[in-house]
Design a protein around this ligand. Structure first.
Ligand code: PHB
Length: 360
């Protein structure tokens, strides 16, 4: 039986050399004013063996830089510096999308540049604490609530940012609507109690992300737009099971109309049967390219492809420690250990210093 994992794939006209994607991973190496740099370009270049790289969550707005040292793509300087990465990856024959991540209420004012604000759909703080530049962990603040007009401005920031992504040489954009980030904050009634057109019923709560997706398709082309969602993630705590199912079946039906590059389903945390049942249902109603992510290994990924559960599989943590993950899978070489301590910042250490596999 031929292995599907290493087959080429036509992603809306973009030829991927295999069906393995590198998942978007927050690495906090944009240490100089949230501007991408040489070391980041090297890191992605090393991983260009992936069929598709989805570069880390990057903010479309000064308001969305809620974590320390994450990159932005909302001005020309950032776009210019992202070219280091896109050129390096393309030179190696790789393809690369950028994940657009707005932290919304999952951020802290201490981490934002001057003039930036922690914003949200409603005045409801995220539970817990967040690391700030001083090293101190602080409680998440109550976000500033966007007016209806400001919601529209925020949507426009995504669109302007998408244009910069194209200028920077990215093959496409992934809208991060998973894991409790801003679009997810609009989707969930636990963080969205608005009474305008962006709150209330499922349709209204999905409007924010659907407008972003629709406008982005018009601005840069539907074949360059994709989206990541995570039904039943940790962000969906306190929400009824049926509500989650109804919400995502509605959202996916609407996304299906847009003919996007792909839909990305992410699983982080507990493997719940209800989540995987919903994934199967989504596969039957979403006609375009489907990517799955979460705890896959070579065998389970191959099985998912053979069973037609999806078209592409994304790998996250294994790509951190194994820049040549595709070659290791192909040759059945041993994988390097996942070392969590240096995931979120520490320069080149634990970032670009993972060796390629050496055959004796
Ligand atoms: C993280 O930094 O832990 C993180 C970022 C983005 C995600 C999930 C986790 O989608």
């Amino acid at each position: 039986m031929t292995q599907k994992l290493f087959e080429k794939y036509n992603l809306s006209g973009l030829e991927l050399k295999n069906r393995m994607a590198m998942a978007p991973l927050t690495r906090c190496r944009a240490i100089n004013g949230n501007i991408p740099n040489e070391i980041m370009a090297k890191y992605y270049e090393q991983r260009a063996g992936a069929g598709l790289i989805i570069a880390e969550g990057t903010s479309p707005s000064p308001n969305g830089l809620g974590y320390t040292n994450i990159p932005g793509i909302f001005n020309k300087q950032q776009a210019e510096k992202w070219k280091l990465t896109t050129n390096a990856v393309h030179k190696k024959g790789g393809k690369i999308f950028l994940q657009m991540m707005h932290t919304g209420r999952v951020g802290h004012n201490d981490n934002l540049p001057e003039g930036g604000k922690v914003i949200g759909a409603s005045a409801i703080a995220q539970n817990g604490e967040i690391k700030t530049y001083s090293g101190e962990r602080k409680a998440y603040p109550i976000p500033y609530v966007l007016s209806t007009e400001e919601v529209k401005d925020c949507i426009n920031e995504y669109i302007e940012s998408a244009k910069l992504c194209v200028e920077a040489g990215f093959d496409g954009v992934e809208i991060h609507s998973a894991h409790g980030y801003l679009p997810n904050q609009f989707i969930n009634a636990t963080s969205n109690q608005r009474t305008d057109e962006y709150g209330g019923n499922i349709e209204n709560r999905c409007k924010f992300v659907l407008e972003i997706a629709q406008k982005m398709c018009k601005a840069i082309g539907n074949e360059k737009v994709s989206i990541r969602i995570s039904p039943f993630s940790y962000a969906d705590g306190g929400i009824e099971e049926q509500e989650i199912i109804d919400t995502y079946l509605y959202l996916v039906k609407e996304l299906d109309k847009l003919d996007l590059a792909y839909l990305h389903l992410s699983h982080m945390g507990e493997p719940q049967e209800v989540k995987f049942q919903l994934w199967k249902k989504i596969r039957t109603i979403y006609k375009g390219t489907l990517m799955l992510c979460g705890d896959f290994n070579k065998e389970t990924a191959e099985k998912a492809l053979q069973e037609n559960q999806c078209d592409l599989v994304a790998f996250g943590r294994d790509f951190i420690a194994n820049p040549d993950l595709v070659e290791r899978f192909k040759n059945n070489w041993q994988l390097a250990e996942r070392n969590r301590t240096e995931w979120y910042g520490n320069g080149a250490s634990g970032y670009t210093d993972y060796p390629f596999y050496k055959t004796k």
